[in-house]
Structures are given as C-alpha cells and as structure tokens.
Design a protein around this ligand. Structure first.
Ligand code: HEM
Length: 322
C-alpha cells in the first residue's frame, strides 16, 4: 500500500514530536485507532449539564429560576476568566486590554438584558411558594459574584460605604474583609446577629476569599490599570471601557436585579422577607452601596451621585412597571 506524501510528512513530524518527549509513536497511533469518534453530547457533557436543574418543589417555574441562576453563574465564570487574563498579562498592549474589557462588558450586558427571564418570566404566585423551600439560600451566597468584585478592586473599595473613608490599603486584609459591604447586609436588623445565610456563606468561603485577597493584593484590575504607562492609560477607548465595566457591575446589573426583587418581593408597598433575610430595599440599591471598582476614573460629583439617577427612576416607576 502506498502512503501519500502529505500523510508521510505528518507521520515524520509526529515521530519527531514523540521522540523528543521520549514517547513511542506506534503506541499513540494504536490509541488513535481504538478511540471513539467524538460526539457533540460527549464534548459538551450534555447529559450532565441537563441533569443539574434539580427542582425542590413541583411548581413548574422553579425550573426557570434554577436554570437562569446557573446560566448567570456560567457567565460569572467567563467573566472571571477574562479578569484573570488581564491580571496575568505581562506588559499588555492597549488593543488587548480594550478587547478584554469589551468582552467583560458584553457578558454583563447580556446578563442585564436577559434578566427579564426572571422579572417577567415566572409566575409570581408560584415564586412566592417555591421560594419557601429554598430558605435560607440566597443569591447573596454567590461566591463567584464576590470574586468578580475581589479581582476587580482592592478590599478597601468594597468596605461598607458609611465607614469606607476610615479604611485604606494600610489596614490588614482581615479587618477590611470583616467590614466588606455585603457582611453588613447580612446582619439581622432586629437582633444585630449575623443571619444564617451569612454564617453559612462565611463558613464555606472565608478561607478562600482571604486567600484570593492575599494572592491578588496590589494585583487587581484597579492596580493593573493604575500602573500602566501613561501612553496606554490615557487611551480614551480603554478608559471608557473601564468606566462601562464599573457601571455595568455596580449599577446596571444590580438595578436590573433589584427590579426582580421589587417584582416578586414588594406587596402593597411592603417588603416580603427575602430568603437571605437582608433588609433588601436598603441593601440592594446601588445608590446606597456606592461601590466603584475604579474611583479614580470618576469625578467627585459622579461618585456622590453614584447610581442615584437610576435609583430615583426605579422608585418613581416602581408601581408602574413591577
Ligand atoms: C426572582 C429573582 C430574584 C430575586 C427576587 C432576588 C432577590 C434577592 C434579594 C432579596 C437579595 C438580597 C439578599 C437576601 O436577602 O436574600 C439578593 C441578593 C443577590 N442576588 Fe438575587 N434575586 C433574584 C435573582 C438573582 C439571580 C438570577 C442572580 C444571579 C446569580 C442573583 C444574584 C444575587 C446576588 C449576587 C446577590 C447579592 C447582591 C449584593 O450583595 O449586592 N439573584 N437577591
């Protein structure tokens, strides 16, 4: 049997490759011979993926609730993947950075724009029932959401707004972490105790969060941009992309998410208790949290009015829309 020159050429190349790493080409060719052909469903682990939407109740719309949360977590994973590439890049050029921030912004835009799967896509009566089987679990316990924040900016920028000016990079990480904004959200206002939702979250993730804070101290997106040479840092498109990222994560998504809370948890102007037990009307509005990943990119009055325009809009249109 004649071997075609283009096949022979590849066999020589393969022989070279395996010889260089002390491997035997013939054994690998056997492997190829016995291998099954790849299928779509195996490559994507479709059976596993589609087995993960395990509802706890018989209400059909709980499937939507689980699936959309999982979709969001997958996007969070892609977002972290992009953040890590920015952090790891040595001497990145401006095109690389713009491309990465554009990807981040696209992911957040998709998440924000698709939130009406939650806001309009579930029956309220069903939601108010099946949620009782989910206590005390809450999106508050999304570790990836917290990681996105921690990769983006140092802990001192995430300290609860009312006391943020008392903290700086000179504080130790444990102190900063203890005063992070979401911990305050997880305090039961009546008893002053941490909610079970917060306690469980801390037990599961504190060590990991502190490890991330330690590993990425001085290396977050905030630092990576701040330490760029002026020629790159002053690029208008890059600056705009970072500002958009700040607004997407800290205003647009939270506001859309708050729309869901209003739609499902606001009744006759009274709040229904959320599964995570926060005083959510005070905890969720971006204008109250005032988180910004890149405060140096905003004027003082922009920071003073952080998310306010949108929040006012929200409160005024609340009755009409949600
Ligand atoms: C009907 C849909 C939803 C409602 C009613 C809702 C409601 C709430 C409420 C009330 C909180 C405050 C914590 C608490 O007391 O439980 C919260 C926090 C949170 N939820 Fe949701 N949520 C919904 C969908 C989602 C989805 C799809 C995600 C995506 C993963 C998500 C992620 C989060 C995150 C990350 C927080 C913490 C926010 C922060 O710390 O600023 N939520 N949610």
């Amino acid at each position: 049997m004649e071997i075609k020159p283009e096949i022979a050429e590849r066999i020589f190349a393969l022989e070279e490759k395996f010889k260089n790493s002390g491997q035997d080409l013939a054994s690998y060719l056997d492997g190829l011979l016995y291998d099954r052909y790849l299928t779509y469903w195996d490559y994507l682990s479709i059976d596993t993926l589609l087995s993960l939407q395990k509802t706890l109740t018989h209400f059909p719309d709980e499937k939507i609730f689980i699936s959309y949360h999982q979709i969001s977590e997958l996007y969070f994973k892609l977002i972290i993947h992009e953040q890590q590439q920015i952090i790891d890049a040595k001497n990145p050029d401006v095109d690389f950075l713009i491309e990465k921030y554009n990807r981040l912004n696209r992911y957040f835009r998709i998440l924000t724009d698709s939130f009406d799967v939650m806001i309009k896509g579930m029956d309220k009566e069903q939601f108010l029932k099946f949620r009782m089987s989910l206590l005390p679990a809450s999106g508050f316990q999304s570790a990836q959401f917290r990681m996105i924040e921690m990769y983006a900016t140092p802990l001192e920028n995430l300290v609860s707004f009312e006391i943020r000016d008392q903290f700086s990079e000179r504080n130790n990480l444990e102190d900063l972490y203890e005063n992070i904004y979401w911990k305050k959200g997880g305090i039961d206002l009546k008893t002053g105790e941490k909610t079970l939702t917060l306690k469980q979250f801390e037990k599961r993730y504190t060590a990991r969060f502190l490890r991330i804070a330690t590993t990425y101290k001085g290396e977050t997106l905030f630092h990576k941009y701040r330490d760029l040479p002026d020629s790159i840092k002053n690029n208008k498109l890059l600056k705009e992309a970072l500002r958009n990222f700040d607004v997407n994560v800290n205003i647009n998504w939270p506001l859309m998410h708050m729309g869901a809370a209003y739609r499902y948890l606001n009744k006759d102007d009274k709040s229904i208790a959320a599964t995570g037990g926060t005083n959510w009307k005070e905890f969720l509005p971006p204008g109250f949290q005032r988180n910004s990943f890149f405060p140096y990119l905003w004027k003082k009055e922009e920071l003073d009015n952080w998310g306010k325009e949108w929040v006012n809009h929200m409160f005024n249109t609340e009755k009409k829309n949600y």
